[in-house]
Write a protein that binds this ligand. Structure first.
Ligand code: GDP
Length: 366
Protein backbone atom coordinates (compact mmCIF):
# COMPACT_ATOMS: atom_id res chain seq x y z
CA UNK A 1 0.00 0.00 0.00
CA UNK A 2 3.05 2.29 0.42
CA UNK A 3 2.88 3.75 -3.03
CA UNK A 4 -0.81 4.55 -3.21
CA UNK A 5 -1.87 8.17 -3.12
CA UNK A 6 -5.34 9.58 -3.57
CA UNK A 7 -5.85 10.97 -7.06
CA UNK A 8 -7.97 13.75 -5.61
CA UNK A 9 -6.23 15.26 -2.62
CA UNK A 10 -2.86 13.57 -2.73
CA UNK A 11 -3.23 12.00 0.71
CA UNK A 12 -1.49 8.68 1.31
CA UNK A 13 -4.08 5.95 1.05
CA UNK A 14 -4.74 4.00 4.25
CA UNK A 15 -7.50 1.69 5.48
CA UNK A 16 -6.99 1.86 9.21
CA UNK A 17 -8.44 5.15 10.46
CA UNK A 18 -11.66 6.61 9.07
CA UNK A 19 -10.98 10.01 10.60
CA UNK A 20 -7.54 10.50 9.07
CA UNK A 21 -6.71 11.77 5.59
CA UNK A 22 -6.50 9.14 2.87
CA UNK A 23 -8.95 6.65 4.36
CA UNK A 24 -10.27 4.22 1.78
CA UNK A 25 -12.31 1.10 2.54
CA UNK A 26 -10.28 -2.05 1.80
CA UNK A 27 -12.80 -3.04 -0.90
CA UNK A 28 -11.87 0.00 -3.00
CA UNK A 29 -8.13 -0.53 -2.86
CA UNK A 30 -7.72 -2.62 -5.96
CA UNK A 31 -9.21 -0.04 -8.31
CA UNK A 32 -7.05 2.03 -10.58
CA UNK A 33 -6.88 5.75 -9.84
CA UNK A 34 -7.92 5.18 -6.28
CA UNK A 35 -9.72 8.00 -4.50
CA UNK A 36 -9.89 8.34 -0.74
CA UNK A 37 -13.39 8.09 0.68
CA UNK A 38 -13.56 11.83 1.20
CA UNK A 39 -12.77 12.65 -2.44
CA UNK A 40 -15.03 9.83 -3.60
CA UNK A 41 -17.98 11.32 -1.73
CA UNK A 42 -17.21 14.77 -3.01
CA UNK A 43 -16.99 13.56 -6.57
CA UNK A 44 -20.10 11.41 -6.56
CA UNK A 45 -22.35 13.03 -3.98
CA UNK A 46 -21.14 16.65 -3.84
CA UNK A 47 -20.56 16.10 -0.17
CA UNK A 48 -17.65 17.13 2.02
CA UNK A 49 -16.58 14.85 4.86
CA UNK A 50 -14.34 15.99 7.64
CA UNK A 51 -10.97 14.50 8.46
CA UNK A 52 -8.87 15.56 11.38
CA UNK A 53 -5.18 15.98 12.04
CA UNK A 54 -3.03 17.25 14.86
CA UNK A 55 -1.85 20.79 15.33
CA UNK A 56 1.71 20.07 14.20
CA UNK A 57 0.73 18.22 11.07
CA UNK A 58 -1.72 20.95 10.32
CA UNK A 59 0.96 23.61 10.60
CA UNK A 60 3.18 21.70 8.21
CA UNK A 61 0.40 21.25 5.72
CA UNK A 62 -0.96 24.72 5.73
CA UNK A 63 2.31 26.56 5.29
CA UNK A 64 1.21 26.84 1.69
CA UNK A 65 -1.50 29.28 2.76
CA UNK A 66 1.15 31.76 3.88
CA UNK A 67 2.85 31.54 0.55
CA UNK A 68 -0.23 31.94 -1.58
CA UNK A 69 -2.58 34.86 -1.52
CA UNK A 70 -6.17 34.37 -0.58
CA UNK A 71 -8.93 34.88 1.93
CA UNK A 72 -8.95 32.69 5.04
CA UNK A 73 -12.43 31.82 6.31
CA UNK A 74 -12.13 30.63 9.90
CA UNK A 75 -15.26 28.75 10.96
CA UNK A 76 -15.88 28.56 14.71
CA UNK A 77 -18.65 27.16 16.90
CA UNK A 78 -20.31 29.93 18.92
CA UNK A 79 -20.92 27.40 21.69
CA UNK A 80 -17.27 26.54 21.96
CA UNK A 81 -15.37 29.65 21.02
CA UNK A 82 -12.32 28.89 23.14
CA UNK A 83 -12.25 25.34 21.87
CA UNK A 84 -12.63 26.32 18.24
CA UNK A 85 -10.42 29.38 17.76
CA UNK A 86 -7.15 28.27 16.20
CA UNK A 87 -4.47 30.11 18.13
CA UNK A 88 -1.81 29.18 15.59
CA UNK A 89 -3.80 30.89 12.83
CA UNK A 90 -1.73 34.10 12.69
CA UNK A 91 1.37 32.01 11.95
CA UNK A 92 -0.53 30.01 9.37
CA UNK A 93 -2.14 32.79 7.41
CA UNK A 94 0.63 35.41 7.27
CA UNK A 95 -0.71 38.61 5.77
CA UNK A 96 -3.84 37.08 4.31
CA UNK A 97 -7.17 38.55 5.43
CA UNK A 98 -9.29 36.49 7.83
CA UNK A 99 -13.07 36.35 7.88
CA UNK A 100 -14.40 34.91 11.14
CA UNK A 101 -17.57 32.86 10.80
CA UNK A 102 -19.55 32.04 13.96
CA UNK A 103 -21.58 28.94 13.12
CA UNK A 104 -24.68 27.38 14.77
CA UNK A 105 -26.54 30.63 15.43
CA UNK A 106 -29.83 28.76 14.99
CA UNK A 107 -29.28 27.44 18.52
CA UNK A 108 -29.30 30.86 20.13
CA UNK A 109 -32.47 32.04 21.79
CA UNK A 110 -33.92 35.23 20.30
CA UNK A 111 -33.06 37.15 23.43
CA UNK A 112 -29.36 37.00 22.63
CA UNK A 113 -27.96 40.28 21.35
CA UNK A 114 -26.20 39.45 18.07
CA UNK A 115 -24.27 42.69 17.99
CA UNK A 116 -22.73 41.99 21.39
CA UNK A 117 -22.00 38.43 20.38
CA UNK A 118 -20.21 39.64 17.26
CA UNK A 119 -18.14 42.10 19.30
CA UNK A 120 -17.23 39.40 21.77
CA UNK A 121 -16.16 37.01 18.99
CA UNK A 122 -13.97 39.73 17.55
CA UNK A 123 -12.37 40.41 20.93
CA UNK A 124 -11.80 36.69 21.60
CA UNK A 125 -10.09 36.35 18.23
CA UNK A 126 -7.96 39.42 18.96
CA UNK A 127 -6.98 37.96 22.33
CA UNK A 128 -5.33 35.01 20.58
CA UNK A 129 -3.72 37.28 18.01
CA UNK A 130 -6.15 36.85 15.11
CA UNK A 131 -7.04 40.11 13.42
CA UNK A 132 -10.30 39.68 11.58
CA UNK A 133 -11.65 41.64 8.62
CA UNK A 134 -15.18 40.95 9.65
CA UNK A 135 -17.35 38.58 11.68
CA UNK A 136 -20.39 36.79 10.24
CA UNK A 137 -22.96 34.81 12.19
CA UNK A 138 -24.46 31.91 10.31
CA UNK A 139 -26.27 28.64 10.61
CA UNK A 140 -24.93 26.04 8.22
CA UNK A 141 -27.83 23.70 8.84
CA UNK A 142 -30.58 26.32 8.46
CA UNK A 143 -28.83 28.53 5.95
CA UNK A 144 -29.21 31.71 8.03
CA UNK A 145 -26.67 34.39 7.17
CA UNK A 146 -25.29 32.40 4.24
CA UNK A 147 -26.20 34.89 1.53
CA UNK A 148 -24.53 37.76 3.30
CA UNK A 149 -21.50 35.62 3.99
CA UNK A 150 -21.22 34.59 0.35
CA UNK A 151 -21.21 38.26 -0.62
CA UNK A 152 -18.55 39.02 1.98
CA UNK A 153 -16.38 36.20 0.71
CA UNK A 154 -16.73 37.40 -2.87
CA UNK A 155 -15.76 40.94 -1.97
CA UNK A 156 -12.86 40.08 0.37
CA UNK A 157 -11.30 37.37 -1.72
CA UNK A 158 -10.57 39.75 -4.56
CA UNK A 159 -10.67 36.94 -7.11
CA UNK A 160 -8.14 34.90 -5.11
CA UNK A 161 -8.38 31.54 -3.35
CA UNK A 162 -10.60 30.97 -0.32
CA UNK A 163 -9.18 28.72 2.43
CA UNK A 164 -11.69 27.26 4.84
CA UNK A 165 -10.14 26.40 8.20
CA UNK A 166 -11.66 25.19 11.46
CA UNK A 167 -11.26 22.74 14.31
CA UNK A 168 -13.23 19.50 14.21
CA UNK A 169 -16.94 19.63 15.03
CA UNK A 170 -17.50 23.30 14.30
CA UNK A 171 -19.68 22.46 11.30
CA UNK A 172 -17.07 23.08 8.62
CA UNK A 173 -18.29 20.23 6.42
CA UNK A 174 -21.91 21.24 6.78
CA UNK A 175 -20.90 24.77 5.88
CA UNK A 176 -18.97 23.78 2.75
CA UNK A 177 -21.70 21.41 1.65
CA UNK A 178 -24.15 24.28 1.82
CA UNK A 179 -21.80 26.54 -0.09
CA UNK A 180 -21.53 23.89 -2.76
CA UNK A 181 -25.28 23.50 -3.03
CA UNK A 182 -26.18 27.15 -3.09
CA UNK A 183 -25.23 28.75 -6.34
CA UNK A 184 -26.04 32.41 -5.71
CA UNK A 185 -22.97 34.56 -5.50
CA UNK A 186 -20.56 31.87 -6.51
CA UNK A 187 -20.07 30.83 -10.10
CA UNK A 188 -22.01 27.70 -10.94
CA UNK A 189 -18.66 25.98 -11.50
CA UNK A 190 -18.77 25.10 -7.83
CA UNK A 191 -21.28 22.35 -8.49
CA UNK A 192 -18.65 20.60 -10.61
CA UNK A 193 -17.40 19.61 -7.19
CA UNK A 194 -14.31 17.60 -7.98
CA UNK A 195 -10.97 18.70 -9.27
CA UNK A 196 -7.69 17.17 -8.30
CA UNK A 197 -6.12 19.06 -5.45
CA UNK A 198 -2.42 19.44 -5.13
CA UNK A 199 -1.68 19.30 -1.44
CA UNK A 200 -2.00 16.53 1.07
CA UNK A 201 -5.41 16.58 2.69
CA UNK A 202 -6.62 19.69 0.94
CA UNK A 203 -9.66 19.61 -1.27
CA UNK A 204 -9.99 22.18 -4.00
CA UNK A 205 -13.26 23.27 -5.48
CA UNK A 206 -12.88 25.69 -8.38
CA UNK A 207 -14.59 29.06 -8.06
CA UNK A 208 -13.55 30.39 -11.45
CA UNK A 209 -10.78 30.00 -14.01
CA UNK A 210 -8.00 31.01 -11.67
CA UNK A 211 -9.11 30.47 -8.09
CA UNK A 212 -10.52 27.80 -5.81
CA UNK A 213 -12.25 27.19 -2.53
CA UNK A 214 -9.92 25.02 -0.47
CA UNK A 215 -11.10 22.84 2.39
CA UNK A 216 -8.33 22.14 4.89
CA UNK A 217 -8.49 19.22 7.32
CA UNK A 218 -10.23 19.87 10.66
CA UNK A 219 -7.69 20.65 13.34
CA UNK A 220 -7.87 18.89 16.69
CA UNK A 221 -7.89 21.20 19.70
CA UNK A 222 -7.40 19.42 22.99
CA UNK A 223 -9.33 22.15 24.80
CA UNK A 224 -12.56 20.94 23.25
CA UNK A 225 -14.61 19.06 25.78
CA UNK A 226 -15.67 16.87 22.87
CA UNK A 227 -12.35 15.01 23.12
CA UNK A 228 -12.99 13.91 26.70
CA UNK A 229 -16.43 12.38 26.42
CA UNK A 230 -18.10 9.50 24.62
CA UNK A 231 -20.01 10.08 21.41
CA UNK A 232 -23.31 9.40 23.21
CA UNK A 233 -22.51 12.14 25.71
CA UNK A 234 -21.35 14.48 22.99
CA UNK A 235 -24.76 14.08 21.41
CA UNK A 236 -26.43 14.97 24.69
CA UNK A 237 -24.44 18.12 25.35
CA UNK A 238 -24.60 19.37 21.77
CA UNK A 239 -27.76 21.44 21.36
CA UNK A 240 -29.80 20.36 18.36
CA UNK A 241 -32.45 23.01 18.51
CA UNK A 242 -32.98 26.50 19.84
CA UNK A 243 -31.89 26.63 23.45
CA UNK A 244 -34.57 27.32 26.03
CA UNK A 245 -32.92 29.27 28.85
CA UNK A 246 -33.53 27.71 32.30
CA UNK A 247 -33.72 30.16 35.21
CA UNK A 248 -32.88 29.35 38.83
CA UNK A 249 -33.41 31.75 41.74
CA UNK A 250 -30.51 30.91 44.03
CA UNK A 251 -29.47 31.82 47.53
CA UNK A 252 -25.81 31.87 48.45
CA UNK A 253 -24.66 28.42 49.46
CA UNK A 254 -26.40 26.72 46.54
CA UNK A 255 -24.82 24.82 43.66
CA UNK A 256 -25.88 23.92 40.13
CA UNK A 257 -24.56 20.76 38.46
CA UNK A 258 -24.64 20.56 34.67
CA UNK A 259 -24.95 16.82 34.39
CA UNK A 260 -21.74 15.94 36.17
CA UNK A 261 -19.53 17.69 33.62
CA UNK A 262 -19.44 21.08 35.27
CA UNK A 263 -20.69 22.86 38.34
CA UNK A 264 -21.33 26.40 39.54
CA UNK A 265 -21.33 27.30 43.23
CA UNK A 266 -23.02 30.49 44.38
CA UNK A 267 -20.58 31.28 47.17
CA UNK A 268 -21.62 34.76 48.25
CA UNK A 269 -24.13 37.46 47.35
CA UNK A 270 -27.81 38.42 47.61
CA UNK A 271 -30.50 36.08 46.26
CA UNK A 272 -30.57 36.39 42.47
CA UNK A 273 -31.36 34.63 39.24
CA UNK A 274 -29.00 32.40 37.30
CA UNK A 275 -30.09 31.87 33.69
CA UNK A 276 -28.62 28.73 32.15
CA UNK A 277 -28.03 28.35 28.40
CA UNK A 278 -27.23 24.69 27.75
CA UNK A 279 -28.51 21.94 25.48
CA UNK A 280 -32.15 21.34 26.43
CA UNK A 281 -31.29 17.67 27.04
CA UNK A 282 -28.55 18.36 29.59
CA UNK A 283 -30.00 17.82 33.07
CA UNK A 284 -29.32 20.57 35.61
CA UNK A 285 -29.39 19.69 39.33
CA UNK A 286 -29.68 22.17 42.14
CA UNK A 287 -28.19 21.24 45.49
CA UNK A 288 -26.69 22.74 48.63
CA UNK A 289 -23.06 23.76 48.31
CA UNK A 290 -22.21 21.91 51.51
CA UNK A 291 -23.59 18.69 50.02
CA UNK A 292 -22.21 19.17 46.53
CA UNK A 293 -18.98 17.19 46.92
CA UNK A 294 -20.75 14.26 48.49
CA UNK A 295 -23.36 14.22 45.74
CA UNK A 296 -20.58 14.12 43.18
CA UNK A 297 -18.71 11.29 44.86
CA UNK A 298 -21.81 9.15 45.23
CA UNK A 299 -23.66 9.88 42.02
CA UNK A 300 -21.24 10.84 39.28
CA UNK A 301 -22.06 8.85 36.14
CA UNK A 302 -25.53 8.03 37.47
CA UNK A 303 -27.75 10.84 38.74
CA UNK A 304 -25.07 13.28 37.64
CA UNK A 305 -24.83 12.26 34.01
CA UNK A 306 -23.45 12.90 31.44
CA UNK A 307 -20.67 11.75 31.83
CA UNK A 308 -21.68 8.16 31.32
CA UNK A 309 -19.40 5.32 32.45
CA UNK A 310 -17.41 5.39 29.22
CA UNK A 311 -16.72 9.14 29.42
CA UNK A 312 -15.72 8.87 33.08
CA UNK A 313 -12.69 6.86 32.08
CA UNK A 314 -11.21 9.67 30.01
CA UNK A 315 -12.65 12.76 31.65
CA UNK A 316 -10.06 14.89 33.49
CA UNK A 317 -10.95 15.73 37.09
CA UNK A 318 -12.88 18.93 37.80
CA UNK A 319 -10.86 22.02 38.66
CA UNK A 320 -12.22 25.20 40.16
CA UNK A 321 -11.99 28.88 39.25
CA UNK A 322 -13.46 31.75 41.24
CA UNK A 323 -15.20 34.71 39.69
CA UNK A 324 -16.67 37.91 41.04
CA UNK A 325 -19.60 39.19 39.06
CA UNK A 326 -19.42 42.92 39.54
CA UNK A 327 -21.56 44.21 36.71
CA UNK A 328 -25.27 43.80 36.29
CA UNK A 329 -25.17 40.97 33.83
CA UNK A 330 -22.27 38.70 33.13
CA UNK A 331 -21.95 35.24 31.64
CA UNK A 332 -19.87 32.45 33.09
CA UNK A 333 -18.85 30.44 30.02
CA UNK A 334 -18.26 26.67 30.14
CA UNK A 335 -16.61 26.03 26.75
CA UNK A 336 -18.43 23.44 24.65
CA UNK A 337 -21.28 23.20 27.14
CA UNK A 338 -22.95 26.59 27.43
CA UNK A 339 -23.09 29.50 29.83
CA UNK A 340 -24.85 30.96 32.85
CA UNK A 341 -25.99 34.60 32.89
CA UNK A 342 -25.87 36.12 36.33
CA UNK A 343 -28.38 38.91 36.52
CA UNK A 344 -27.94 40.33 40.00
CA UNK A 345 -25.68 42.96 41.46
CA UNK A 346 -22.69 41.26 42.93
CA UNK A 347 -22.02 37.55 43.30
CA UNK A 348 -19.00 35.44 44.08
CA UNK A 349 -19.14 32.13 42.25
CA UNK A 350 -16.88 29.11 41.90
CA UNK A 351 -16.97 27.40 38.50
CA UNK A 352 -15.81 23.79 38.18
CA UNK A 353 -14.91 22.31 34.81
CA UNK A 354 -12.78 19.41 33.54
CA UNK A 355 -9.11 20.32 33.73
CA UNK A 356 -7.96 21.83 30.44
CA UNK A 357 -11.39 23.16 29.52
CA UNK A 358 -11.04 26.67 30.91
CA UNK A 359 -14.08 28.60 32.20
CA UNK A 360 -14.23 32.33 31.41
CA UNK A 361 -16.37 35.36 32.16
CA UNK A 362 -17.75 37.93 29.72
CA UNK A 363 -20.30 40.71 29.56
CA UNK A 364 -23.67 39.17 28.94
CA UNK A 365 -25.16 39.06 25.43
CA UNK A 366 -28.70 39.49 26.70
P1 GDP B 1 -16.88 19.46 11.08
O1 GDP B 1 -16.21 18.43 11.92
O2 GDP B 1 -16.38 20.84 11.42
O3 GDP B 1 -16.84 19.22 9.63
O4 GDP B 1 -18.41 19.48 11.55
P2 GDP B 1 -19.71 18.84 10.89
O5 GDP B 1 -20.11 19.61 9.67
O6 GDP B 1 -19.53 17.38 10.75
O7 GDP B 1 -20.75 19.20 12.05
C1 GDP B 1 -20.56 18.81 13.39
C2 GDP B 1 -21.91 18.75 14.07
O8 GDP B 1 -22.45 20.06 14.17
C3 GDP B 1 -22.94 17.93 13.29
O9 GDP B 1 -23.73 17.24 14.23
C4 GDP B 1 -23.76 18.98 12.56
O10 GDP B 1 -25.08 18.57 12.32
C5 GDP B 1 -23.74 20.11 13.57
N1 GDP B 1 -23.87 21.42 12.90
C6 GDP B 1 -23.13 21.91 11.89
N2 GDP B 1 -23.56 23.14 11.55
C7 GDP B 1 -24.58 23.44 12.37
C8 GDP B 1 -25.45 24.58 12.52
O11 GDP B 1 -25.37 25.58 11.83
N3 GDP B 1 -26.40 24.49 13.50
C9 GDP B 1 -26.53 23.39 14.29
N4 GDP B 1 -27.51 23.40 15.19
N5 GDP B 1 -25.75 22.31 14.18
C10 GDP B 1 -24.78 22.34 13.24
Amino acid sequence: MENLYCQGCGAKIQSTDKDQPGYTPPSSLNKEDVLCQRCFRLKHYNEIQDVSITDDDFLKMVSQIREKKGLVVHVIDIFDVNGSLISSLPRIVGDNPVLLVGNKMDLLPNSVNKRKLTQWLRSQAKAVGIKVKDVCLISSTKGQGMEELTEQIESFRDEKNVYIVGTTNVGKSTFINRLIKQSTGFSEVITTSYFPGTTLGFIEIPLDETSSLIDTPGIVNKQQIAHYISSADLKLITPNKEIKPRTYQLNEGQTLYFGGLARLDFVKGPRQSFVCYFSNQLPIHRTKLEKADELYENHIGELLSPPNKESLQKLPKLTVNNFKVTQDKQDIVFPGLGWVSIMGDGATVAAHSPEGVAVSIRNSFN
